[in-house]
Design a protein around this ligand. Structure first.
Ligand SMILES: Nc1ncnc2c1ncn2[C@@H]1O[C@H](COP(=O)(O)OP(=O)(O)OP(=O)(O)O)[C@@H](O)[C@H]1O
Ligand SMILES: [Mg+2]
Length: 463
């Protein structure tokens, strides 16, 4: 930034300096051309006092005085056939012939525009040619030529240019140094952000930036940075909680397997005993496999690595299918499973496999928690912003304190009677599936009466 600041200031100063220099050169040129015009007017009036060319030869002093004192100014009077009558400088210091370009007639007063240039090595001249007459208006015409070398001010301009270059360099340097100091001062809070950021790790995530101090632009950065840290801290905490829960839940079946195997190996066993052990172990292995599969599924959903394959599904047909699938199980448990007809011909834009998995999880929970003689009802409703599927069952229900956590991973409301087949991931998967579909899963429970899990598929454009 400092370098850019310096480059920009050098360019700006140089552009301004060049402009000022050009303006000065032009102004000086105009003023000097104006002087030539004044002299021509003066010489014309002097000529009117002379009656003949010979009289000029006799008294040339007024003409010489007319250009006296102005550095480099030369007057030449010549007859109309080109013969020099008077020249205020020695012949070798002046071109022998002056171009008659722009000869101003006697009828007109010369202007600065009539001044033209004539090259005369090693310099360049500014020349004004005009006609003057001796005596009265009808007198002998005489050619007046007044010139000045263009380089008359070159020394002065060179000095000016040098001064200007020094001023530009000095100005640019001062601006660069000030720019450096300003940038340094302005960036100081950023260095603090860097040092704070260097201190943050997964073990130390409680550091926050002082977002109320520093320049306004950095305060916004600080607030955004702090908000990002909040999100990260929350994520890291959940991740470590998740890892701890996972380890805890894997430990129980692995310990059971180990214990059973140790007991079996403690003395010789019959083939039947080994077969019973293997069958029991197989059950544990299946449980472990389900847990690992469910955990992987949730991890893939979390990392957005799961592509969903949306199809337009006949919602009624899907519910019928799932009811038929669970009918046998419900019957075995002495539970009636019914399908309430409320939104016929409704379609659902969802991934069929994931929808079946979510409904399957809700129904297996319902069957597990409905006492013999109870009832499970599947209802399809048309809500304002989309379809809703309710799975309601009678039974003890879920106590109010468990409701906010029931969709969390590894959360079991009835920990007093943990089942071997339970992984505590079923509802977490239901919620993850609904999030993938842009919908949500909710629960209402009246302990002792009914518990209703609702899946809301949002189809409004605002979803
Ligand atoms: N219909 C229901 N009635 C009462 N309690 C329920 C019901 N559904 C779920 N629960 C409670 O919510 C807890 C979490 O359910 P979730 O499906 O996530 O796990 P799980 O059923 O224990 O194990 P799995 O991973 O095998 O499904 C259950 O342990 C249970 O206590
Ligand atoms: Mg379950």
């Amino acid at each position: 930034m400092t370098l850019l600041f310096a480059i920009v200031s050098v360019l700006t100063f140089a552009a301004v300096g060049t402009y000022l220099y050009q303006v000065l050169v032009r102004k000086i040129e105009l003023r000097d051309d104006g002087r030539l015009v004044d002299k021509v007017v003066l010489v014309r009036s002097l000529l009117s006092d002379y009656s003949s060319i010979a009289s000029i030869d006799r008294a040339p002093a007024p003409f010489r005085h007319s250009v006296h004192g102005i550095d480099g100014l030369v007057l030449r009077l010549s007859s109309m056939d080109g013969k020099v009558i008077l020249q205020t400088t020695a012949p070798m210091y002046f071109p022998s012939t002056l171009s008659p370009q722009g000869l101003v007639p006697i009828t007109r007063t010369p202007q600065a525009e009539d001044v033209h240039r004539q090259s005369w090595a090693p310099d360049e001249l500014r020349v004004l040619n005009a006609i003057g007459v001796l005596g009265d208006v009808a007198g002998t015409p005489v050619q007046i030529s007044i010139s000045r070398p263009r380089s008359r001010h070159s020394e002065f301009l060179r000095h000016y240019l040098l001064n200007l270059a020094c001023a530009v360099t000095l100005g640019a340097t001062v601006v660069a140094v000030l720019g450096f100091l300003i940038v340094r001062q302005g960036m100081a809070p950023l260095r603090m952000v860097i040092s704070q950021a260097n201190n943050i790790s997964t073990h130390r995530m409680n550091t926050r930036l002082p977002a109320q101090r520093g320049p306004l632009e950095l305060r916004e950065l600080g607030a955004a940075f702090n908000a990002m840290l909040d999100r990260l801290e929350d994520g890291v905490q959940r991740l470590s909680g998740f890892a701890a829960d996972l380890a805890h839940d894997l430990r129980t079946p692995v310990n059971t397997l180990m214990m059973e195997t140790q007991v079996a190996l403690s003395r010789p066993r019959t083939v039947e005993e080994y077969q019973t052990l293997a069958a029991s172990n197989l059950e544990e292995y299946e449980h472990l496999a389900t847990m690992i599969e469910n955990t992987l599924f949730l991890a893939r959903v979390d990392n957005a690595g799961l592509a969903i394959n949306r199809q337009t599904l006949d919602a009624q047909a899907e519910l019928l299918r799932i009811r038929n699938y669970f009918e046998g199980l419900a019957e075995e448990a002495g539970i009636t499973l019914t399908l309430a007809q409320t939104a016929a011909n409704a379609t659902l834009d969802a991934d069929a496999t994931l929808l079946r998995r979510a409904l399957g999880n809700l129904l297996s929970n319902a069957i597990a928690h409905t006492p013999r003689g109870g009832a499970i009802t599947l209802t399809l409703r048309q809500a304002d912003d989309g379809l809703q599927i309710d799975v309601a069952n009678t039974g003890d229900g879920v106590a109010a304190q468990h409701l906010p956590h029931i969709f969390e991973r590894y959360y079991r409301a009835d920990s007093a009677r943990p089942s071997n087949a339970s992984t505590g991931l079923g509802l977490a998967i239901v919620r993850a599936i609904m999030r993938l579909h842009g919908g949500e899963a909710t629960v209402h429970s009246m302990p002792g009466a009914t518990t209703t899990f609702s899946l809301r598929f949002c189809s409004a454009p605002t979803c």
